[in-house]
Design a protein around this ligand. Structure first.
Ligand code: 13P
Ligand code: SF4
Length: 331
């Protein structure tokens, strides 16, 4: 997989953890990881969080290098907010189906067809789409941000139609939705979820708002990854059905080991289709190589970065105080 002989070859016999720890010090690197990363990556990260928390960390850090264990749009956000830092992503192919669903040229045409609307974009999009947007939102900040906009303000929301639809229903606010979906959350099956609810009577369901309405309708709690984690800690019962990418269960089991967390199944009841294939591309081996070689590296045209930063800054201003408050128990 790389010029120096690949994971199965030259890395044999290397103590990856020790090497990563040596390199992170040598490089003055901070390792940021999303909750959907493999447990071994979450466990060595300096910080594990949701998209909004990770954006804030990337903006604040005084490290020279940000090793971003997540997907490419997240690492791009780190570069947009901290351009003087070297931002590395263990696997540059770690994309996102939502980003893929929203090609910038088509989004631009959509915007131009609705000149009286402002464009709110979910952070799961390319830097080009961010640059075409007025405000960026994450799943933990979208509701608060939209609530601050005048009631008569017309809104385009992209690229996730399920997150947009959920907020639109919850706030009773019409929005023009871009028809994108997350392939991971789209794969949850209502039939299988109902079977699981019958198997664990009384267990609440926590769902990410990227899930389709058929799943959301059965949820007792809907929120971002950090919101779901907070719900898992605070809920009174001892069993939770989790309708989001299952790697977040690692943090739940660490925080409240006495509780039981059951991942909601995909369509055949038993598939791995709710594991994010993009997040799964990052491995300890690739993290080691990226710290060693300071690459793959996020590079960005300065004009694009400046344009994409504007709506991200608006998000950070409008969402101040969002995480850690108010996200638990809402539906
Ligand atoms: P969060 O902001 O809730 O962590 O969501 C990120 C994501 O990609 C969910 O699929
Ligand atoms: Fe994108 Fe879905 Fe993976 Fe999140 S889980 S990174 S939205 S493909």
């Amino acid at each position: 997989m790389d010029a120096r002989g690949g994971i199965g070859g030259s890395l044999k016999g290397i103590d990856l953890l020790a090497e990563i720890n040596r390199l992170r010090k040598e490089r003055n690197a901070v390792i940021l990881a999303h909750y959907y990363q493999k447990p071994e990556i979450q466990d060595l990260a300096d910080f594990v969080g949701d998209s909004l928390e990770l954006s804030r960390k990337a903006a604040e850090t005084d490290a020279d290098v940000i090793a971003f264990c997540g997907v490419r749009f997240m690492a791009e956000v780190a570069k947009i907010l901290s351009p003087e830092k070297t931002v590395i992503l263990p696997d540059m192919d770690a994309g996102c189906s939502l980003e893929d669903s929203c090609p910038p040229a088509q989004f631009k045409a959509f915007r131009e067809a609705h000149p009286d609307h402002i464009a709110l974009s979910y952070i799961n999009c390319s830097a080009q789409v961010k640059a075409l947007s007025d405000i960026i939102v994450t799943s933990s900040s979208a509701e608060q941000i939209i609530s601050q906009l005048p009631a008569d303000q017309k809104i385009i929301f992209g690229p996730d139609k399920h997150l947009g639809g959920y907020i639109s229903r919850k706030l009773g606010r019409d929005m023009l939705l871009w028809p994108g979906v997350c392939i991971v959350h789209e794969s949850f099956s209502e039939t299988e979820l109902l079977k699981l609810k019958a198997q664990y009577p009384g267990a609440p369901v926590a769902a990410h708002p990227e899930c389709p309405p058929a799943i959301i309708d059965h949820a007792d709690y809907v929120g971002s990854t950090s919101g779901i984690l907070n719900f898992a800690k605070a809920m009174p019962g001892d069993t939770l059905i989790v309708a989001t990418e299952p790697h977040i269960i690692h943090q739940m089991e660490k925080a409240v080991p006495e509780k039981t967390f059951v991942g909601a199944p995909g369509a055949d009841g038993n598939c791995n289709c709710n594991v994010c294939p993009y997040m799964a591309l990052n491995t300890l081996e690739k993290l080691y190589i990226s710290l060693r070689d300071l690459g793959p590296r996020i590079e960005m045209d300065e004009a694009l970065r400046v344009a994409a930063k504007k709506p991200l800054d608006r998000m950070l201003e409008m969402a101040s105080g969002t995480v850690g408050k108010g996200d638990v128990g809402a539906r």
